[in-house]
Design a protein around this ligand. Structure first.
Ligand code: MG
Length: 382
């Protein structure tokens, strides 16, 4: 029986993880649930899954949650610092990090230091501080199991191949809702259009990231750290059907791919159940419904975020941290109708050009860089 802490249980990954837990009561039980501010959902989840403890980051909702759970023998904590405390609980085996953005960094570090296995859904943690996180994981004997579907695909392809060198990996990208469109079209894009992803149902931030191809950029950097690769070993290929979730090419030229219908519950279940494959009732792939699987090069001239991510990865140091912070500010501004779709890229590019590059950042440098980048990006928004 694995005892799980779910950080970010009200989000898309968090709620699907609870569906996986519910389908496998003999394999998993929930130790901890945390949310940012959705008190109602946290209360409902806590009453159903009976965790040992819950955290609500929004302190103004502490009393509401406390009162609602007072007869359920569930400990209730509030505030951001509580996340770092709670992941250290003795009874936890694995921490699913399903927080959005930079917020995932500190709790993930705390969990690794407490020697908890990590099911990583929060890709921004590895983007911001991949070197530090992977070193820390190694020192503490902690495995990081990817939940991101592309990285789960690579991880599944690597099972039994740990001794064999990777020549290259291909991360597949759906291309998002604006595949094939030009810059003129993108100038008039509204958020309602950007929030409609063709294949995956996800939270708002990642859906916008998918439309701008920044999500793929973040995933390229995530892959570099997860699988210890160089920039030139990670390639993106557009595959609009999202059936092949990614591929590994070995030194003998052989390629392995992982396939299936797009459903995040599969990579979540693989990460939590690893090394076991657990039975599922997810819909099965039907070849007759997909007579063709197609592939093309990404258009990085129109969708420049992907090119910026490669730049950030090559420069390394604190540059991916700058890019991530600027992107979080830009996406938030777009979602609040403050900037247009095309301005997202400009804001990120200007931010990357305005922050001092640090080659070997400490944790404190990352924290400072994140802060400074956000302030600069907000200034540029005016
Ligand atoms: Mg992904």
């Amino acid at each position: 029986m694995k005892h799980i802490a779910i950080l970010g249980s009200s989000g898309s990954i968090g709620t699907q993880a609870l569906e996986v837990v519910e389908a496998h009561p003999d394999e998993f039980c929930v130790e901890v649930l945390t949310v940012n501010s959705n008190a109602e959902l946290l209360i409902a989840q806590a009453k159903k899954f009976k965790p040992n403890a819950v955290v609500i980051v929004d302190e103004s909702k502490y009393q509401l949650v406390k009162d609602a759970l007072q007869n359920d023998m569930i400990k209730v904590f509030a505030g951001e610092a509580a996340l770092e405390q709670i992941v250290q609980m003795d009874s936890i085996n694995i921490v699913l990090t399903a927080l959005v953005g930079y917020a995932g960094l500190k709790p993930t570090i705390a969990a690794i230091k407490a020697k908890k296995m990590i099911a990583l859904a929060n890709k921004e943690t590895l983007v911001v501080a991949g070197k530090l996180i992977t070193q820390l994981a190694q020192e503490n004997g902690v495995n990081i199991y990817p939940v991101d579907s592309e990285h789960s695909a690579i991880f599944q392809c690597l099972a039994g191949e740990w001794e064999n060198k990777i020549e290259k990996i291909y991360l597949t990208a759906s291309g998002g809702p604006f595949l094939g469109k030009d810059v003129e079209f993108l100038k008039s894009v509204k958020k309602e259009q950007a929030l409609k992803h063709p294949n995956w149902t996800m939270g708002a931030k990642i859906t916008i990231d998918s439309a701008t191809l920044m999500n793929k950029g973040l995933e390229v950097i995530e892959a570099k750290w997860l699988f210890n690769l160089k920039a030139e070993q990670v390639e993106v290929i557009v595959h609009p059907q999202s059936i092949i979730h990614s591929l590994v090419q070995f030194e003998d030229g052989s390629m392995k791919a992982q396939m299936g219908l797009p459903d995040m519950k599969l990579p979540i279940q693989y990460a939590l159940g690893y090394p076991q494959r657990l039975k599922s009732i997810f819909p099965r792939f039907d070849f007759t419904k997909y007579p063709q699987l197609t592939f093309s090069q990404p258009d990085t001239k129109t969708f420049r975020n992907l090119a910026l991510a490669y730049d950030a990865m090559r420069l390394c140091g604190n540059m991916p941290c700058v890019m991530n912070a600027a992107n979080e500010i830009a996406v938030d501004a777009f979602l609040h109708d403050k900037i247009g779709f095309i301005e997202i890229t400009k804001l990120i590019e200007n931010s990357m050009n305005s922050i001092t590059h640090i080659k070997n950042p400490s944790l404190n440098d990352y924290i400072e860089t994140d802060k400074e980048s956000r302030i600069k990006a907000l200034e540029m928004l005016g």
